[in-house]
Ligand binder design. Structure first.
Ligand code: IMP
Ligand code: MG
Length: 177
């Protein structure tokens, strides 16, 4: 919450919790119909993707394992260099498995591209990406997003896992500050 004097101003709602729920259900169906049979590992990028992934995996009705990659962007927090430091690696190999990489938002798309390459190098059967939000900037760097939730405006968005200085992750909707 932004404190202005005595009043607390919550982020302005951009995408409601109900709209997110409907879209996540559609994504789950689409992913289930698209992914070939075989062992599946869903990989969430910490911490932004944890809320989205929790909802998403519950609408993909098939056997899967869940794992997480902890990442931290190098350098300036507001400008992505695309070089990310792995702060916590996967707990199991992904060789021969279908991988669904789940990310909160693609801005430049550089983080997503880096992670996709990192996972591909480990010999999975396939790698697909599911991203909740994509910013207009992404049109400059063509990054393959296989499953996309929503197009976001060119503003800093928070909520539903996304943070501003670690706050707002628990907002049930997506808002702008
Ligand atoms: P990219 O490498 O430029 O695509 O940056 C992606 C990362 O930047 C995401 O994983 C987020 O952590 C962060 N990010 C970019 N835009 C936003 C935003 O509007 N709100 C919260 N985090 C953002
Ligand atoms: Mg992130």
């Amino acid at each position: 919450m932004v404190h202005r004097g005595a009043t607390v101003v919550p982020p302005k709602e951009l995408i409601s919790a109900a709209a997110i729920g409907r879209r996540v259900a559609e994504l789950g169906r689409q992913i289930h119909e698209t992914l070939p049979p075989g062992p599946l590992t869903v990989i969430g990028v910490l911490r932004g993707a944890f809320v989205f992934m929790a909802d998403l995996v519950r609408v993909i009705p098939r056997e899967m394992t869940c794992d997480f990659l902890g990442v931290r962007s190098y350098g300036d927090a507001t400008i992505s260099s695309g070089v990310v430091e792995i702060t916590s690696d996967l707990t199991a190999p992904i060789a021969g498995r279908h991988v669904l990489l789940v990310e909160d938002i693609a801005d430049t798309g550089l983080t997503l591209r880096y992670l996709r390459e990192l996972l591909t190098a480990r010999g999975p059967a396939s790698v697909r990406t599911c991203v909740l939000l994509s910013k207009p900037m992404l049109q400059k760097t063509p990054i393959p997003i296989d499953f996309l939730g929503f197009e976001a405006p060119n503003a800093f968005v928070v909520g539903y896992g996304l943070d501003a200085a670690q706050l707002y992750r628990n907002l049930p909707y997506i808002g702008v500050l």
